[in-house]
Design a protein around this ligand. Structure first.
Ligand code: ADP
Ligand code: MG
Length: 255
């Protein structure tokens, strides 16, 4: 299934946050969206998931979700959003409980997704026993357990230290290489964008318009920040972002 965004604009009351966004997220693609703080990235992601109504334009789902999909669009957030009193298994089953599945089917999905995210040994652990990186892997497992067509990720690594971020990026690349999932990945971190994005969408400061869409051909598994080609793309993205980020920062400071 592809997601197609057509002429999307969004206002919160008098405040315009997105202007005339056009973008296709094709099956199997990871599209990273970068932009300064407050430019409308999270709002955009909520539009993709159908949690906001566009003031203008639309978001279309083109084609069918994958076999066995219980929910075409699922989220992973910065703060993991795990229930502290539930085990890993219990946190994953949370999103399966609203569906008409037998106990055996729920169990099968949990076993499968924990294996895919290498969490099988932690099935009975509770969140406080897990590191931040592990908690986020549980959130990713939970999001994948319904076989979504598109995984929507809102700054999923921002709450983690830099080493953990590196490890989780490796995990995501590994997972993507095996499963070819489709994702829209919001970040303000350019290093994440050039490691993970097949496309990087650069939004301007608010109201967010698309300034540029940069395609990166190097296969994910072969990317490294020390690779001159990748470093050059990261620098080019920063050149685009610097001025926008400075101005946005001052606007925010002035309220
Ligand atoms: P980003 O994720 O890029 O930081 P957001 O999409 O969260 O940006 O927010 C964009 C702008 O819209 C910000 O100025 C924010 O304060 C404002 N905003 C976000 N959500 C709401 C809301 N529910 N009501 C009013 N304003 C909002
Ligand atoms: Mg945000």
């Amino acid at each position: 299934m592809d997601l197609k965004v057509e002429n999307l604009s969004h206002w919160y009351g008098d405040l315009q946050v997105l202007r005339d966004i056009n973008l296709t997220i094709a099956q199997g693609e990871i599209v990273c969206v970068i932009g300064p703080s407050g430019c409308g990235k999270s709002t955009f992601l909520r539009h993709l998931g159908g949690l906001e109504q566009p003031t203008e334009g639309k978001v279309l789902q083109v084609g069918e979700p994958p076999a066995g999909s219980l929910n075409p669009l699922t989220y992973v957030f910065q703060d993991f959003a795990l229930l502290p009193w539930r085990t890993v298994e219990g946190n994953v089953s949370l999103v399966l409980e609203g569906h008409k599945l037998s106990r055996a089917e729920v169990d099968e999905r949990i076993t499968d997704v924990l294996a895919r995210t290498r969490l099988s040994d932690f099935r009975q652990a509770v969140p406080k026993q897990l590191s931040g990186g592990m908690k986020q892997r549980v959130a990713i497992a939970r999001a994948l357990s319904v076989n979504p067509a598109v995984l929507l990720m809102d700054e999923p690594l921002s709450a983690l230290d830099s080493q953990t971020r590196e490890l989780l990026m490796d995990d995501l690349i590994d997972l993507w290489t095996r499963e070819n999932f489709t994702s829209c990945y919001i970040t303000h971190n350019l290093a994440e964008a050039v490691r993970l994005g097949h496309k990087v969408v650069v939004l301007s400061r608010r109201p967010g318009v698309i300034r540029e869409i940069v395609e990166i051909d190097t296969p994910l598994a072969e990317r490294s920040l020390s690779d001159p080609g990748i470093a050059a793309i990261q620098q080019a993205l920063w050149d685009m972002m610097r001025e926008e980020a400075q101005t946005a920062d001052m606007e925010l400071a002035e309220g």
